[in-house]
Design a protein around this ligand. Structure first.
Ligand SMILES: [Zn+2]
Length: 270
């Protein structure tokens, strides 16, 4: 048996987390379920997921969650939370007891997938979950439930987010992704539209094309030549719903068209 993991949603059915534009506990459950499916099916990982349903006090809720984790044979504990602050606060964070490097990777991966700022890894030794789980543990703050921008980024990039979280977990646990095409991916292609609507691994330019600092394409930073190949980090959406590909130019996140007339996107066998 390989290394196992436990992933759980923060808070519980009777002990509410933060509520803003998003409901923290409800969204945390969705992220846990999707990440668990990706890690177990696409990476053949083994582990457990948990949602707390019975506690009526915060202390009992925390104890139930930690007990579930500590009663499993595993090498990694992951808790999914969402942040809450003023409407202007934005970005991803990952909190840790002693897993600084893993947390930094996780926060950066989430930020790239969502196209929002990376607030980085934060040591929080006093947090009950981090203090009381007895294996390496991280607590993800996916984004702010109080931010319109974060909520939109989260809704538009849910799959990319879950893939990014799964990839970092898999890297830590030594899992590798299935080579088989089509596993837990939609097989039937919907009718071709002008724009790509899902994230692929890479694109090649069919014509010279601009890369932009912003998803709305207001500020052109650079022009890439026809036949340039670029790795795709995520698919994101402009305000009017037009899809764009988020790519990296050196270390910077930039945006490029997802229009099939200008780019061909494809999957890479790794
Ligand atoms: Zn929380």
């Amino acid at each position: 048996m390989g290394k196992q993991f436990v992933i759980s949603s923060g808070h519980g059915d009777k002990v509410s987390g933060a509520v803003g534009i998003l409901n923290e506990h409800e969204e945390a459950k969705k992220v846990v379920n999707r990440v668990y499916d990706i890690v177990t099916k696409e990476y053949n990982g083994e582990g457990y997921k948990y949602h707390e349903t019975t506690a009526t006090t915060q202390n009992q809720n925390l104890a139930n969650i930690v007990n579930f984790h500590n009663n499993k044979d595993r090498e990694l504990d992951v808790a999914i939370h969402f942040n809450s602050a003023t409407p202007a606060a934005t970005g991803t964070e990952c909190l840790y007891y002693d897993q600084k490097l893993l947390s930094a990777k996780m926060s950066a991966a989430m930020a790239t997938a969502l196209g929002i700022v990376d607030r980085g890894a934060k040591e929080r030794k006093e947090l009950y979950f981090l203090r009381n789980t007895n294996k390496p543990a991280i607590l993800l703050e996916v984004c702010f439930v109080t931010s319109e921008k974060d909520a939109a980024a989260y809704r538009n990039n849910f799959e990319a987010l879950c893939q990014a979280i799964a990839k970092v977990m898999a890297g830590h646990l030594g899992y590798t992704k299935n080579q088989v095409e089509g596993v837990s991916k939609p097989v039937a292609k919907p009718k071709e539209s002008t724009y790509y609507s899902e994230k692929f691994d890479r694109l090649v330019l069919l014509t010279n094309a601009g890369v932009y600092a912003d998803v709305e394409f207001k500020e052109e930073l650079n022009r890439y030549k026809k036949d340039t190949k670029i790795d795709i980090e995520a698919i994101v959406y402009a305000k009017n719903g037009t899809p764009r590909f988020l790519v990296k130019d050196k270390d910077k996140c930039v945006f490029i068209t997802a229009n099939r007339e200008y780019v061909k996107a494809y999957t890479v066998d790794k």
